[in-house]
Write a protein that binds this ligand. Sequence first.
Ligand code: ADE
Length: 227
Amino acid sequence: MKTIGIIGAMPSELKDIRLTLGTAGIKNISGFDFYENMYHGNRIINVCCGIAKVNAALCTQVLIDNFNPDCIINTGVAGGMDSIVKVCDVVVSTEVMPHDLDLHFLNDYPPYCGIFKADDKLIKNAVNVCSDMGVNSFCGRIVSGEAFVSDNCLKAEIKEKFNPYAVDMESAAVGHACYLNKTPFVSVRCISDNADDDGAMSFDEFEKIAAKRVAEIVLKMTDNIKE
Ligand code: ADE
């Protein structure tokens, strides 16, 4: 039996996972509701962390401290940052990092790592599930920041600096906390918008569809995580 943590930022990103898993044991710790279920032989802990990096980092640490997961999957939606990535495609993180952390010359300080690598097995697992489901997926860098990006100029700036496949507001923090705790992780994100001037409109239209799609992918991934 493996213990698998699933973290989403918004209730919509956990809705279908919770529907499939059914009645859960719920523990409230540090303000987060952790839902615990047995599913196909694994213990699944799913939690809604709230928006942005502070919530995501705190929640990841509380999850690790209290449930000792073997791995963590960050699920949810994201903005597409590369023209080959279309709305409703999936981006699987190879690595995650903040796009809004400007250290200038303060680079050489703990934790001596600013780019957090995702786990190879979890990456392959996500890609295989997407391909089995006929979902277009791309592996690449996901960047996170304290803003919903819906502006052509900001998008261009982020693209120029970091060349990511997707942007969100949590993956970097989940990856950072997992790095410090030596917990394997991956972020699996379905594209709800293109992070451009039309981003907010597209998000309104596609967020629920994208969240549902990625929830199904992530639950299928748990079936491939065995002893
Ligand atoms: N999550 C979904 N779309 C996003 C965007 N455009 N910027 C940040 N986070 C997002």
